[in-house]
Design a protein around this ligand. Structure first.
Ligand SMILES: Nc1ncnc2c1ncn2[C@@H]1O[C@H](COP(=O)(O)OP(=O)(O)OP(=O)(O)O)[C@@H](O)[C@H]1O
Ligand code: SF4
Ligand SMILES: [Mg+2]
Length: 320
């Protein structure tokens, strides 16, 4: 198995107290698996991804363990993590396209990244050119400034850079949200190709566009208010969602294959709880149509059928 997290908790330290953005995430990702990560804005998706690569203040490691390819990832130790970053675990961060340094030519940026990992740029030259070909970028981009590239070109360039060292795990955070529909599809399919060509072993694909997950993800994990609430193979979770939140999420889609937006998610009555002081018990209880007394206690994230995990007291009743 590629990745295993155990009860991972990462908070943000603020003047008002700790924002419990990731509050006990346990899951495993198999070699070769593409996992889609979905859920409303602010539920902790980026926090989960960022914590696996660069945990910097105000983010605070609270507890939990992470193993990647059988080795412990020391996510609480910035310096020790240095030897894993980009080589074993890499990220295409949310808003990466706009975060590129505007005063550096692309080629220079790539060289600097390689040098910072102790790799001579010449060593990777052929591979870099091969990958540019694969994502339909000409070599000229290396002598261009980010501003000279279109949104789609920038995104493809960021994909090449973040996977150049063949990381075991790549995390792609909302990489398609700023792109038009056909570019979104092309960019997502390129990542699948990266997996098929063994550039990366497994992928966590974070998106608000569940229709892209239908197309590329082997499994989907749904988060709500800092917790994992459901995880199952894609066909299973889209065809037989069990958690009341996932059900609402999927039923709020106009039809399979259609894009869902923040606005549609807000169609679910009520708002997610404050993560500074989340409610005791199930964090979905204030919005849940199935809430009962027992929901004042936290439901465990448990397997209800092979490969299908859900955190809901009611599901246990439905299945048994
Ligand atoms: N620097 C910060 N300081 C305090 N709280 C933060 C900080 N960054 C994020 N948070 C809070 O942590 C929670 C999770 O944020 P996160 O960015 O992980 O959500 P997300 O699921 O990625 O949302 P989106 O879909 O909008 O990208 C949110 O409640 C957010 O307000
Ligand atoms: S545990 Fe209760 S409140 Fe939470 S999702 Fe299930 S039924 Fe709803
Ligand atoms: Mg995010």
């Amino acid at each position: 198995m590629a990745l295993k997290t155990d009860d991972l908790r990462v908070y943000y330290q603020t003047l008002k107290g700790d924002v419990k953005a990731l509050d006990g995430a346990s899951f495993t990702l198999e070699d070769g698996e593409i996992m889609g990560l979905a859920g409303e804005s602010g539920c902790g998706k980026s926090t989960l991804a960022k914590s696996l690569i660069l945990l910097k203040p105000p983010m605070k490691y609270v507890e939990g363990r992470v193993r990647l390819d059988g080795e412990e990832l020391p996510i609480w130790d910035d310096e020790k993590m240095n030897s894993f970053r980009y080589k074993n675990v890499s990220i295409i961060p949310q808003y990466a396209m706009n975060a590129m340094n505007p005063t550096r030519k692309i080629g220079k940026m790539v060289k600097e990244l390689l040098k910072s990992r102790g790799i001579s740029p010449g060593e990777k030259r052929d591979e870099l050119e091969h990958r540019l070909d694969l994502v339909d970028l000409t070599r000229d981009v290396l002598s261009m400034y980010p501003i000279e590239l279109s949104g789609g070109m920038k995104q493809r360039m960021v994909m090449v850079i973040s996977s150049l060292l063949d990381p075991s795990l790549l995390m792609a955070d909302e990489i398609t949200s700023a792109l038009d529909v056909s570019t979104q599809k092309a960019v997502s399919e390129m990542l699948v190709e990266f997996r098929d060509k063994d550039f990366i072993k497994s992928l966590i694909f974070i998106t608000h566009d569940i229709s892209i997950l239908y197309q590329i993800a082997d499994s989907i994990t749904v988060m709500y208010a800092g917790k994992l609430v459901e995880r199952a193979p894609t066909e299973e979770i889209t065809g037989r969602p069990l958690h009341p939140y996932t059900k609402l999420l999927i039923s709020s889609l106009p039809k399979i294959g259609a894009k869902y937006t923040e606005e549609k998610l807000e169609g679910i009555p009520g708002k997610p709880p404050e993560l500074l002081e989340p409610p005791e018990g199930c964090r979905f209880k204030n919005r849940c149509p199935k809430k009962e007394e027992e929901c004042d206690e936290e439901p465990p994230f448990r397997e209800v059928s092979p490969g299908h995990k859900v955190a809901c007291w009611k599901v246990k009743k439905d299945v048994s």
